[in-house]
Write a protein that binds this ligand. Structure first.
Ligand SMILES: *[C@@H]1O[C@H](CO)[C@@H](O)[C@H](O)[C@H]1NC(C)=O
Ligand SMILES: *[C@@H]1O[C@H](CO)[C@@H](O)[C@H](O)[C@H]1NC(C)=O
Ligand SMILES: *[C@@H]1O[C@H](CO)[C@@H](O)[C@H](O)[C@H]1NC(C)=O
Length: 520
């Protein structure tokens, strides 16, 4: 039966462009996401310590118009409004992050900040009272400045320091928080923050530090998972995992070299972090080979990519209860030999990326809905069909309009491709999170780029939030749990006109007619 319905469904959805009318499984969950530095503001009140993003934005010259997250959406003061918006959307959960420096101003657990603890307790309690489950990210990029002063993620001690912070959070909030994410998008914060210098802390070491920092972050993630697994899961009974990000990389042509290059491009982004945790363990073979080869050419005595000991490899492997995925866009990948004396994670890949000029776009996001379905299938094939939670997906625009038709179109088509991945391909996707609840501080783009379901007026001290068309779209999508078959159009049945008939007989019901016949 299942096979037959699959065939029928496939027949109905024959091409990438076809729309699938169906609903998501009953267990499917819907949410929206934010991150502390992007929304909270209140950067220096009630005992909060500075984070690297406070330092980075205040330095000037780093982000668009030298804007900062000093006030942002003022969610530190307006969290009750946020909870109301979530309730109006009808979502099952809210993914937000903890500001480490608000809880622990020095980054260390020996000096907690009670006002920070109170803030998150109030937020969590308000969410639960509204019927919205909290999903908490421990690290969404705002490292306490004091820890950066001690070497930040280059410092091996961060493995234990992060673990202590994680344990502190589980102890405080784990009675009510049942979904934890250790790190958000390590690929982005490491390559931007330590490779290109376009994010805090603004370092430029694309060939070396990106790899050594990733090594520390993976170990820190694993220790936090083990702590939860051993010390908290038995009583708190929640789940903990990591959120990785990836574009879909489509081969530029059907030349086998381009097909291999596209696979390599995914390994250098998603596989870098996923293979140690979900795959065969350790870094992907193609990364080890390429980086060693390039390093030797560049005069290094050994690979710029560090190696895990066997013990470390085993300690990291399997440390995620789900595959958290952030996805925004797709690119085309062409094979390219990039001999280079400049060590860089970009050159190490030996690829050129392109886009298709027919793709609709906004800023850096090209709208390629089938790319998400392809990526979900790649994850399923590569890592044994893990349960995936989509922790972010969304579209930016620089328009402040409430009629965000582009975003509605994006959400409609991307979520439909999630549905296809589940129903037609058998991918185990459990939830979907729209980025983001409201316009906020978009890192280096600050307030010029808006991703919100709700518009925020950043000129108004009250920071009023107003729903866009996309908020109404998501509300309906959640209410319907997908895209139910459109109502079949029943053709209007016209009563036959009776000409010259006997109106009395036509009007007489059958039993009376029977009596009438008997009588006559
Ligand atoms: C931003 O800050 C930098 C460094 O202080 C300064 O040179 C630049 O002019 C500022 N830009 C704007 C738009 O204010
Ligand atoms: C670009 O997209 C068009 C329309 O979907 C397609 O016909 C063409 O093959 C694509 N080109 C590449 C290089 O993918
Ligand atoms: C922004 O507005 C302009 C002008 O109305 C429109 O052409 C463009 O498509 C809009 N972009 C998005 C992403 O909605």
């Amino acid at each position: 039966m299942r096979f037959l319905s699959l065939i029928l469904a496939c027949a109905a959805v024959a091409t990438r462009a076809d729309f699938l009318y169906d609903t998501f499984p009953d267990y499917f969950q819907w949410g929206v996401a934010t991150a502390s530095y992007q929304i909270e503001g209140a950067w220096n009140v009630d005992g909060k310590g500075d984070s690297i993003w406070d330092t980075y934005t205040h330095a000037g010259g780093n982000v668009v118009k030298n804007e900062t997250g000093d006030i942002a959406c003022d969610s530190y003061n307006k969290y009750e409004d946020d909870v109301q918006l979530l309730q109006d959307l009808g979502v099952n959960f809210y993914r937000f992050s903890l500001s480490w420096a608000r809880l622990l101003p020095t980054g260390r657990v020996d000096q907690p900040n009670q006002a920070g603890i109170d803030y998150y307790n109030s937020l969590i309690d308000a969410l639960l009272a509204a019927g919205v489950e909290p999903m908490v990210t421990l690290y969404h990029w705002d490292l306490p400045q004091e820890l950066d002063d001690q070497g930040g993620w280059e410092n091996e001690d961060m493995v234990q320091i992060f673990n202590e912070y994680a344990v502190f959070a589980f102890e405080l909030f784990g009675d009510r928080v049942k979904s934890w994410i250790t790190f958000n998008e390590p690929y982005v914060f490491i390559t931007m923050g330590y490779g290109q210098g376009a994010h805090a802390p603004g370092l430029q070491s694309p060939g070396e530090k990106v790899y050594t920092v990733a090594h520390v972050v993976l170990k820190a993630h694993a220790e936090a998972w083990h702590s939860y697994n051993e010390l908290f899961r038995p009583t708190q009974d929640g789940v903990i995992g990591i959120t990785l990000d990836s574009e879909w990389k489509e081969p530029y042509s059907d030349d086998p070299e381009d097909i291999e290059a596209a696979e390599r491009a995914i390994q250098f982004c998603l596989g870098w972090f996923a293979n140690p945790i979900f795959g065969s363990g350790g870094y992907p073979t193609v990364m080890k080979e390429k980086i060693l080869e390039k390093s030797l050419e560049q005069g290094y005595e050994e690979s710029r990519l560090p190696e895990f000991t066997e013990e470390e490899e085993n300690r990291i492997h399997g440390t995620s209860d789900f595959f958290g995925l952030n996805h925004y866009t797709t690119s085309l990948v062409q094979n390219a030999d990039r001999p280079s004396l400049v060590p860089s994670y970009l050159n190490d890949r030996d690829i050129i990326t392109r886009v298709n000029s027919t793709w609709d776009r906004s800023e850096w996001i090209f709208v390629v809905p089938w790319g998400l379905r392809s990526l979900l299938n790649w994850i399923s094939d590569s890592y044994g069909n893990p349960n995936v939670i989509i922790t972010e997906n969304g579209m930016s625009d620089s328009n402040a309009t409430l009629e965000d038709a582009h975003r509605v179109n994006y959400f409609r088509l991307y979520t439909n491709n999630v549905l296809k991945a589940i129903k037609l391909d058998g991918c185990d996707v459990r939830s979907y999170t729209a980025w983001t609840l409201m316009d906020n501080f978009e890192w280096a783009f600050a307030y010029d780029v808006r991703f919100g379901l709700h518009h925020v007026d950043f000129e108004d001290p009250e920071r009023p939030r107003t729903p866009k068309a996309s908020a109404e779209f998501i509300r309906q999508l959640v209410a319907d749990n997908g895209f139910p078959e459109p109502e079949a159009v029943i053709p209007e049945v016209l009563e036959p006109e009776i000409e010259n008939g006997d109106p009395e007989i036509v009007a007489i019901p059958e039993p009376i007619r029977a009596k009438f016949r008997q009588k006559h």
